[in-house]
Design a protein around this ligand. Structure first.
Ligand SMILES: Nc1ncnc2c1ncn2[C@@H]1O[C@H](COP(=O)(O)OP(=O)(O)OP(=O)(O)O)[C@@H](O)[C@H]1O
Length: 300
């Protein structure tokens, strides 16, 4: 179990992470999403002890992480800006990680390298960006750690590789209950693999929920009414995040269960109505819009 309690990190006057608390259960995939500069990488760097929080504390299986080798043996961190020793080959990397991680599985490493068609003897600095990401994933999986932290790992992979990596992760979770924390902008991808999603904005947590509950608690309804109607009145008492109107078609995003929203709409006797679940991407846009991150303002 990973527990972060009220952690904050400042860089001069910038509040990169502000009083964030999360707990991540074993065997879960925790998706960390957020706007650019929201603090995702800073948060992950604190989780793995690269940075020390200014306030609060982080414990992995009950152990403080910062400068604690025992805690660091429990996870593998795939950073967004990848660093490899100069002139090193994947084989050198394997030999290095065998020393660092006592359960490093060399056979698994060799098999995965073959499957991904990567040459163990070639210098890593001649690899493409995506190939370096593949190599990091292979190292992360072979390290056999209980936890894996991935910062935009999927984002640099081609679609076939992303599918391959997702199924390798799924297998690891299934077979050895691996816990993953994945920061990504690829919400479509996260939607497939996450159990829990934390949404960061300007250093603070806007939302932290099970993906399933998240999807049950916010909906989009499309409807047409016979005559002009005060739509907000229909939803009085419910939290309406957004109302769009195109001609006679209203698209309303509101918090509430499908039943709550349907009953309100039906009471207004619409000509047509349909309640739809939101995708993770739509939830992200709605929730960040509420706090002033309006996509239209960025595009116009
Ligand atoms: N070493 C640093 N020195 C100064 N400021 C930093 C440093 N690292 C991060 N920051 C600042 O902290 C804030 C959070 O940055 P961070 O990289 O954690 O965001 P992020 O959510 O990962 O962003 P992105 O999605 O754009 O990668 C930003 O305002 C960034 O400029």
């Amino acid at each position: 179990m990973i527990e972060a309690v009220n952690i904050s990190k400042h860089f001069d006057h910038i509040k990169a992470v502000d009083q964030v608390s999360v707990s991540i259960k074993e065997g879960n995939v925790f998706g960390l999403v957020g706007t650019n500069g929201a603090g995702k990488s800073t948060f992950i760097r604190m989780l793995c002890g690269v940075l020390k929080p200014d306030e609060g504390n982080i414990r992995i299986d009950g152990m403080e992480v910062f400068e604690n080798i025992d805690a660091k043996e429990l996870f593998f961190y795939i950073s967004d800006d990848q660093y490899f020793f100069s002139n090193a080959t994947p084989k050198d990397l394997k030999n290095y990680y065998k020393v660092v991680y006592k359960n490093f599985d060399s056979e698994r490493f060799d098999t995965l390298m073959k499957q991904f068609d990567l040459d163990q003897k070639r210098k890593i600095n001649t690899f493409s960006k995506g190939m370096k990401k593949q190599l990091s994933v292979i190292c992360g999986i072979s390290a056999n750690t209980k936890y894996i932290f991935c910062d935009e790992t999927f984002d640099g992979l081609d679609p076939v590789m992303r599918q391959a990596v997702k199924s390798i992760f799924a297998k690891e979770m299934d077979e050895r209950n691996m816990t993953a924390i994945i920061a990504s902008h690829n919400l479509r991808e996260l939607e497939d693999i996450c159990d829990h999603v934390g949404l960061l904005h300007k250093g603070g947590i806007l939302l932290s929920k099970d993906l399933y509950d998240m999807k049950l608690s916010i909906h989009k309804v499309q409807c047409v009414f016979k005559e002009d109607i005060e739509v907000r009145q229909i939803f009085e008492g419910l939290d309406v995040l957004k109302i769009d109107r195109r001609g006679s078609l209203y698209t309303i995003t509101a918090r509430g269960t499908a039943e709550e929203i349907t009953s309100r709409i039906e009471a207004a006797e619409p000509v047509f109505s349909e309640v739809l679940p939101l995708t993770l991407e739509e939830i992200f846009i709605s929730e960040t819009e509420v706090v002033g991150y309006d996509i239209k303002k960025l595009i116009l």
